[in-house]
Design a protein around this ligand. Structure first.
Ligand SMILES: Cc1cc2nc3c(=O)[nH]c(=O)nc-3n(C[C@H](O)[C@H](O)[C@H](O)COP(=O)(O)OP(=O)(O)OC[C@H]3O[C@@H](n4cnc5c(N)ncnc54)[C@H](O)[C@@H]3O)c2cc1C
Ligand code: SF4
Length: 330
């Protein structure tokens, strides 16, 4: 591991200086992703700013919804009674990730910013535009079984690996950010992560030195509580990232679908909204045949790579199953 300066902050007042231009500073929260990447020489910060002492760990009701502090752990968030009651999709998604020990350390902010699990990203002997811009993409013509089928570019075919963000996307969450100078802004989760384009080194639209303060769940998303489901398909039942994940949330009026959210994980550089599927569902009555037809529509524009065309059929089946579970259709 390379030498770095470690600074622990108790307030946000010094962040502007610590993250000033030219600095390659990185925040550390739970450390479950950053430290691994530093040990592998993939992340090379010259300064590590420990934010775990900042007062950003509360989960509380706010006007318009529920605020999840960026430093609340994944375990605290998944088990919070209001999350369980009003946003069970989020509980399911978090509990589908990692392991109990990791979720006890992992924070909500760090979870959103976890980096891809592309094998070549971790292997410093291989070219990787995300790790070392301009070197090429070893996965494009390499072993790309776990890679993207939507939204990739010639520069990068990686997927975003997280589970929590898929559920947050389906629930229309807002990410609250603080700039180094103290100004705050908020970004819809749908605009938080980005596609690789020709700058795959940037996973998100976060600016240098910006801090995630909280994630907010809107009241309106609680209407999905009774009819939502998170399905994760992976190589083994625990401690594995998604080959395909599906976050489904439905709002029902009688037996008619009033609102639908279908978000896929493991298929793109960001959580991927299956808008074609949602459009076919809205206004229709719950039934298995509809679910199958709507699931197929999600993959009409898929662009599989050499080793990952299996994600199309797997994804169709996963969406159908998640819709059946969410809708309580046998
Ligand atoms: C073996 C293993 C299996 C895993 N399996 C899964 C899985 O199945 N599903 C899943 O979703 N995840 C999985 N994870 C990932 C895990 O959930 C993340 O490592 C964790 O959520 C990161 O949170 P952290 O607080 O430890 O982040 P850190 O490692 O501290 O930070 C991660 C990144 O976020 C930045 N950061 C942290 N907090 C903030 C903030 N408030 N504002 C701005 N920047 C910030 C850091 O600078 C760093 O770049 C797994 C991890 C491991 C090691
Ligand atoms: S897919 Fe992206 S992360 Fe993987 S090798 Fe290519 S550039 Fe690197």
């Amino acid at each position: 591991m390379r030498p770095f300066e470690y600074v622990r902050v108790g307030s946000t007042s010094s962040l502007a200086d610590l993250t000033a231009g030219g600095s390659n500073a990185k925040f550390i929260a739970g450390g479950t992703n950053l430290l691994d990447l530093m040990k592998e020489d993939v992340e090379r910060p010259d300064r590590v700013i420990d934010i775990s002492g900042l007062p950003m760990n509360k989960i509380q009701r706010v006007p318009g919804g529920l605020s999840l502090g960026a430093l609340a752990t994944n375990t605290e968030t998944a088990n919070h009674p209001v999350v369980r009651e009003n946003y069970p999709l989020l509980t399911q998604a978090i509990l589908a990730g990692a392991s109990g020990q990791l979720r006890n350390m992992a924070t909500n902010g760090g979870n959103l910013l976890q980096r891809t699990r592309c094998n070549y990203f971790y292997d410093t002997a291989m070219p990787c535009n995300k790790r070392d811009p301009g070197t090429g993409c070893a996965a494009r013509d390499g072993l790309n079984k776990i890679h993207a089928i939507f939204g990739w570019s010639e520069s990068c075919v990686a997927t975003y690996p997280g589970d929590m963000a898929n559920a947050l996307h389906a629930l229309d969450a807002i990410v609250r950010l603080r700039k180094p100078d103290g100004d705050q802004r908020q970004v819809p989760i749908a605009e938080f992560h980005r596609l690789p384009g020709d700058a795959p080194q940037q996973d998100t639209n976060l600016e240098q030195g910006e801090l995630i303060v909280a994630i907010e769940l809107p009241v309106a998303a609680a209407a999905f509580a009774g009819r939502s489901y998170y399905l994760k398909v992976r190589d083994r039942a625990s401690y594995a990232f998604a080959m395909i994940a599906v976050a489904v949330a439905l709002e029902i009026d009688g037996d008619t679908i009033r609102r639908a959210r279908v978000v896929l994980g493991g298929v793109a550089h960001k959580p991927w909204r299956a808008a074609e599927t949602e459009a076919l569902l809205v206004g229709q009555r719950l039934n298995a045949e509809l679910f199958q037809r709507a699931s197929s529509a999600a993959f009409l524009n898929a662009r599989p790579l050499e080793h990952n065309a299996y994600k199309i059929e797997l994804g169709q089946r996963a969406i159908t199953r998640a819709l059946m579970r969410a809708a309580h259709v046998a």
